[in-house]
Unconditional design. Sequence first.
Length: 166
Amino acid sequence: MINVDHAYVFKPDNFEFIDGIFELCKVAKRHGYLIFVITNQAGIGRGYYTEQEFLELTDWMCQTFLRQDVDIAKVYYCPFHPDYGIGKYKMNTPNRKPGPGMLQQAKAEFQLDLASSILVGDKETDIEAGIAAGVGCNLLYVAAGLAETRATAIVKRLSDVTNFFG
């Protein structure tokens, strides 16, 4: 939920940051939150781009955040897809959202209290992963329209998320 979903983006030229993402992360940082990216990357599994290309994009994205004075603690990604993955990438794994695996990895690696954490996602699978992992506040970002969701709340502007920081 960092960039506009243009489907299988793997080059900086096609990457478009969502309005307000840097400001949201700065507010989260001021409130003592660590910033993580938890992302399915089925484009790797489908063969649309390589893991190396994704890692290069991720490095560019993290450096862009650093230039905005925001440190991303870690990027967790799942390149697997149970139906459309190719070769070693064709598998079902709890790391693929809506599974909670990547959130559980972050919890273990950083000793996170997920019940006191905030997840902001733009897909219902993000919310389902947060609920399954025990995240206390799961916010669905929907720029336009309404969605049926189990989220704690729906936010239409990232600036609305700041209301949830304690």
